[in-house]
Design a protein around this ligand. Structure first.
Ligand code: NAD
Ligand code: MLT
Length: 312
């Protein structure tokens, strides 16, 4: 009997190659299904593959009476109710390594675009303004980059920022002073990072402990003129607090790839000229999408053929 796999978010076609090659597997693409249709049909499927858009909530999981495995083509599993999946005996695998490089590169692109006001200057020029005074930027060399969350992506950002001759101070609950020394970066508490940094970039998951980690108190503690970057998860920054911190000029600017609610169009933050933004594009490269789709497809095949998953 063929295993039925439902794919409800767009995955790289090249990355789905292992699934197309595998025997006894049938694939259905459901990228245009509503959440309601998904809930009505999910019972037919053995495996569900998603990115970050599909909300694999308790309601969906409860209806997924034949589901055995959920594959998340990417890192964050915050769109999946892990408790509900566990209660229903459904295994969840993700692809934590495949998009590290792309997310780190996007973060550096955001830091550089922010420091040189490139999106604002581009828009101004497209509006037939040749304004060189308004878009004077800030050098990165000798500035301090504060990294909160020094995991896979945070560490890659640190290596790249050193290439820009930035000083790095980082906080991560699993980072020791010794490890920091070996990476030639300064170890600091969250408070020390907030006080020292000219640019702050966040690379933690969204957890109970990290929700609104950058809130009004944090913006009170930062250096005046700091730049904030979030290419991790919406909700780690309190968006209203960021808005007020920018309006009061405490924060000079922010680069945001992720938002508390996505898709995101109408927030007052997007009306501030100091804010640049991308629509959750950190992992959106051909390489990363192929890589995460391959990783998760291979793991689903392993599982459905009775082998142990690797969850690379
Ligand atoms: P990771 O698990 O390798 O690293 C996360 C780090 O955060 C860990 O080292 C962990 O110890 C640390 N951490 C946990 N709680 C913390 C806290 N309270 N304070 C400080 N640090 C804390 O994950 P990663 O692969 O580096 O991904 C980081 C984030 O980026 C995740 O939220 C992920 O979902 C997101 N992400 C976004 C995109 C995008 O498209 N924008 C792409 C890939 C990953
Ligand atoms: C992730 O957690 O991997 C990213 O948010 C990228 C994605 O949406 O797939």
């Amino acid at each position: 009997m063929a295993f039925k796999i439902l794919i409800s978010d767009p995955l790289s076609e090249e990355g789905m190659y292992p699934l197309l090659q595998a025997e006894n597997i049938s694939i259905e693409l459901a990228t245009d299904w509503s959440q309601e249709k998904l809930a009505n049909q999910i019972t037919e499927y053995d495996a569900l593959l998603v990115r970050s858009q599909t909300q694999v909530n308790r309601e969906l999981i409860t209806k997924a009476t034949n589901l055995k495995i959920i594959g998340r083509a990417g890192v964050g599993v915050d769109n999946i109710d892990l408790d509900a999946a566990t209660e229903h005996g459904i295994i969840v695998v993700n692809a934590p390594n495949g998009n590290t490089n792309s997310a780190a590169e996007h973060t550096m692109a955001m830091i550089m675009a922010l420091s040189r006001k490139i999106p604002q200057a581009y828009l101004s020029l497209m509006n037939k303004q040749w304004d060189r005074k308004k878009y004077v930027g800030t050098e990165l060399k000798n500035k301090t980059l504060g990294i909160i969350g020094l995991g896979r992506i945070g560490a890659e950002v640190a290596y790249r920022a050193k290439g820009q001759r930035m000083n790095i101070i980082a906080y991560d609950p699993f980072l020791t002073e010794d490890q920091a020394k070996k990476m030639d970066i300064q170890y600091g508490s969250v408070d020390e990072v907030l006080h020292a940094a000219d640019f702050i970039t966040i690379h933690t998951p969204l957890l109970k402990e990290t929700r609104h980690l950058l809130n009004a108190d944090a913006f009170h503690a930062v250096k005046p003129g700091v730049h904030i970057v979030n290419c991790a998860r919406g909700g780690i920054i309190d968006e209203d607090a960021l808005y007020h911190a920018i309006q009061s000029k405490k924060v000079a600017g922010a680069a945001l790839d992720v938002f508390e609610e996505e898709p995101f169009y109408d927030h007052p933050l997007l009306e501030l000229p100091e804010v640049i933004a991308t629509p959750h594009l950190g992992a959106s490269t051909f390489e990363a999408q192929e890589s995460v789709a391959i990783d998760v497809s291979e793991d689903v095949i392993r599982f459905l053929s009775g082998e142990a998953v690797r969850n690379p």
